[in-house]
Write a protein that binds this ligand. Sequence first.
Ligand code: PLZ
Length: 440
Amino acid sequence: MATLPQTIHLATPLPGPEARTLDERAGTALPRALTAAMPTFARRTDRGVLEDVDGNRLIDFGSGIAVTTVGGAAAPVVAAIQKQAENLTHTSFAVTRYAGYVEVAERLNALTPGSFPKKTALFNSGAEAVENAIKLARRYTGRQAVVCFDHAFHGRTSLTMGLTAKVAPYKGGFGPFAPELYRVPGSYPYRDGLDGEAAAERTISQIEKQVGASSVAAVIIEPIQGEGGFIVPAPGFLSALQRWCRDNGAVFIADEIQSGIARTGAWFACDHEGVVPDLVTTAKGLAGGMPLSAVTGSAEIMDSAEPGALGGTYCGNPLACAAALAALDMIEEHDLLERARAIGEAGIRLMEQWKAKDPRIGEVRGKGAMMALELVDPVSQKPDAALTAAVAQAARARGLILLTCGTYGNVIRLLPPVTMPDELFVEGMGILEQALRDQS
Ligand SMILES: Cc1ncc(COP(=O)(O)O)c(CNCCCC(=O)O)c1O
């Protein structure tokens, strides 16, 4: 298993010659709707480094959008996939079952919040998990209305586009979207100035007055909103929502696809507030880079669907299950929860120092290795998407894989693999700080 030096190395400008050739081929072969943050093509990954096709080594602050939390091509994950692939690549769990699926379900049933009997169903993508969580909530309650939130992202399938808030680039021209989806304001302390209780009162009032409590099948929320801007709700907001759902017979669904599986320094972002959802969706970091997603929750809700009502050809693929078991073992054996917390503390501390001297930084926020900078006009505090794009582009040109997000396009997000060495993380932060300075 080849390892990469955990240092940045720029042999060519980005994109280099091989990448430019591939880009031309991609322009001919692929639809223009497929875009990428980085102007190059990957060849290898190892911990915090991605090597591209021209031999450049880049610092990875993206983890493939919060997926390779344990590092790309992590040795234990690779070994588990190789071993599994020699014996079993696919049977379809709906045809002949296999132990790996059951083992992943048992792990998630034990790790997710709540001490009640739980069950898990596996799928392939995050959107697929969200779709099935909604199906189960509707089947269990016999109701149809689903409450979702401003700034939400839940996927790009038809139903999940309806749940997702931001129109561009996700939804334009793809409607009509599913009925019975109702969007309400959530908690965005930097922009609404509300504490958890006040934000929850506003949300619940809108649900009760404009949806009707008795028609709500589910309330679905990201405990930290990801694509919408790494928005950490005010303390108490999520638990107030959970109480309302319990009191009104609605299923509380925590979409932990981006915030879950050690990313925030806890197994789940809900853990930070002791919030216990009825259903949890997971994906991304679950299988160390392999496509796997899950719905985990109350056995009573999970068993509400008739035999045969859940499934799909590839759901819970054996290679993905083997990878997931190896990734979960890595998190436990190397205490990567603590590692995520340490990275978060170091990153937040650094960015707060920048903020003290730079009024363009409206807020520094996040938990664990899920951190963000919201960039604004220093006078009006209005979102500054142009500055955000310029900073990201400058950082990428210097070899830092960096992602942005936010409804207003003005949030820089940090999602490093938590197996990244400290000195490489600090070097990546230095590149980001310089890119900010260069845009003064
Ligand atoms: C909370 C939350 N729920 C659901 C999803 C959807 O997961 P899929 O595996 O991309 O379907 C996500 C995926 N987020 C990254 C999307 C990137 C893009 O599509 O450009 C998420 O963050």
